[in-house]
Structure formats: structure tokens, C-alpha cells
Design a protein around this ligand. Structure first.
Ligand SMILES: Cc1cc2nc3c(=O)[nH]c(=O)nc-3n(C[C@H](O)[C@H](O)[C@H](O)COP(=O)(O)O)c2cc1C
Length: 223
């Protein structure tokens, strides 16, 4: 009886601590502008890797509710943020060529993620989230990410590598996307990797020459 009481008391203290932790977590709104300065995610945040792996799944139902600055910062850093002094990223890249560019489609515009400066730079103002998908559920989700390959870094590579470039940058993008899926699963967010988007329209909107740039993968993250 006494043991049960002590056990329950400990559980109650632990539960109240985790609620207090959650209450303490800042919920900064994203202020839309030409540049969004992102935050540096802490080293301690989120669930354990094992919990995130247990929780990871594709979701196809989202609220039209923006991510907080903390969430947006964490998601983009997980995709392709700098995690070492040499400038390398959270995700690997074949031959460290880093051909993948990470675009964030938000209600306020389409932004290019600048990993070095940890900012989002607006390329087009307006809500174009619907271009980043072929499925209605993503039209109004908090964030659609689009991964676009810039072929230039492959220009001076060997013939053998050029033959495999699509596979290689596809795998780079899949790594970025899976980092995001695990980050989302570890931070109470929903996500899905998607192969479908209005690729031609996206390149046109962003004024990217299709001879140099190619749509690779899309992803939805939200609540
Ligand atoms: C490269 C890739 C592309 C995908 N494209 C789509 C897509 O366009 N639409 C979609 O609803 N799901 C897409 N998915 C998600 C898969 O359908 C999903 O991972 C699969 O059904 C297994 O379910 P789970 O992720 O919940 O384990 C894609 C997944 C991957 C890895």
C-alpha cells in the first residue's frame, strides 16, 4: 500500500513536471517578411530517437494552423541545417555536393532556406502551397517543403557520376525528408513525404531554368 502510494506520488510529480516543461516551451509566432530569421534548435529538445522512430508515420489530414517559429526553425534545420563548424548539414549528401535546395511554401509566400545564415528568404509573396502538391489535404497545411535539385554542382563530375546524378540527388532529398519526418514525429507534428507536386508551375513561379533545376520531392509538415 505504502509502495503504491510512493509510486503514484512519483508519477504525479513527473507528470506535472512534463506539463510544466510543455508550458515553458516558447510559442513564438512567425512574422512573415522578406527574411525570416530562424532560431537555433536546442541540443536537448524533442522525444528520444527511439520514440520518434516508433511514432513516425505518414499523415494526410492537416489543420490550417501555422507552425510556431520554434517548430518552423526545427523542421528546416532537420531538413538541411548546418550542424558542424565545417558547414556540413544534418543530412548527408553524395560527394558532399549538396545539390538540393530546400523551399518552404508558407501561407505568406515561397521561401528559400539559407542554412548558413539560418534564414528563410522570400522568393515570391503569396499563398502557393497548392503548387507543392497534387493532393488537396496539403493545400492549406502549415508548411509544404519542396526539394529542388540544382544540377550545377554535378557539372564537373565524371561520366559515371553524371549517369547516376538523378538517383544520387534523389537520395539526398530523401535523407532531408526523412530527417524532417523524424523531427516531426519527435516534436508532436504530423508529416508526409510526397513525390507529387506541380513541378513545372513551381519552376516557373520561382523563375528557375528547367535546364538547370529539377523538382525532386515534396513534403507536408503540420498539425
Ligand atoms: C519517395 C516517396 C514518395 C511518396 N509520395 C507520396 C505521395 O505523393 N502521396 C502520398 O499520399 N504519399 C506518398 N508517400 C508516402 C507513402 O505512401 C507512405 O510512406 C506509405 O504508404 C507507407 O506508410 P507510412 O509512411 O505511414 O509508413 C511517399 C513516400 C515516399 C518515400
Amino acid at each position: 500500500m505504502k509502495k503504491t502510494f510512493i509510486y503514484l506520488s512519483i508519477m504525479a510529480i513527473m507528470a506535472s513536471c512534463s506539463v510544466a516543461e510543455k508550458e515553458k516551451a516558447p510559442q513564438t509566432p512567425v512574422v512573415a517578411g522578406e527574411t525570416i530569421q530562424l532560431q537555433t534548435p536546442s541540443k536537448q529538445g524533442g522525444a528520444s530517437i527511439n520514440e520518434a522512430l516508433w511514432n513516425r508515420k505518414s499523415s494526410r489530414e492537416y489543420a490550417n494552423e501555422p507552425l510556431t517559429l520554434e517548430e518552423l526553425s526545427g523542421v528546416l534545420w532537420a531538413a538541411s541545417g548546418v550542424n558542424r563548424p565545417d558547414g556540413h548539414l544534418t543530412a548527408p549528401s553524395a560527394l558532399a555536393l549538396y545539390p538540393i535546395q530546400t523551399y518552404a511554401f508558407l501561407e505568406s509566400g515561397v521561401y528559400l532556406y539559407d542554412a548558413k545564415n539560418n534564414t528563410l528568404e522570400r522568393k515570391v509573396e503569396g499563398d502557393y502551397r497548392h503548387l507543392a502538391t497534387l493532393q488537396d489535404f496539403a493545400n492549406t497545411a502549415s508548411l509544404n517543403i519542396v526539394y529542388i535539385a540544382d544540377m550545377l554542382p554535378y557539372d564537373s563530375q565524371s561520366e559515371m557520376l553524371l549517369e547516376r546524378q538523378r538517383i544520387l540527388w534523389g537520395m539526398d532529398a530523401a535523407g532531408y525528408a526523412e530527417n524532417v519526418n523524424l523531427y516531426a514525429a519527435g516534436h508532436g507534428l504530423k508529416s508526409i513525404t510526397r513525390g507529387g507536386a506541380k513541378a513545372e508551375e513551381i519552376l516557373k513561379l520561382l523563375q528557375l531554368n528547367p535546364l538547370r533545376y529539377e523538382f525532386v520531392l515534396a513534403q507536408t509538415v503540420g498539425k
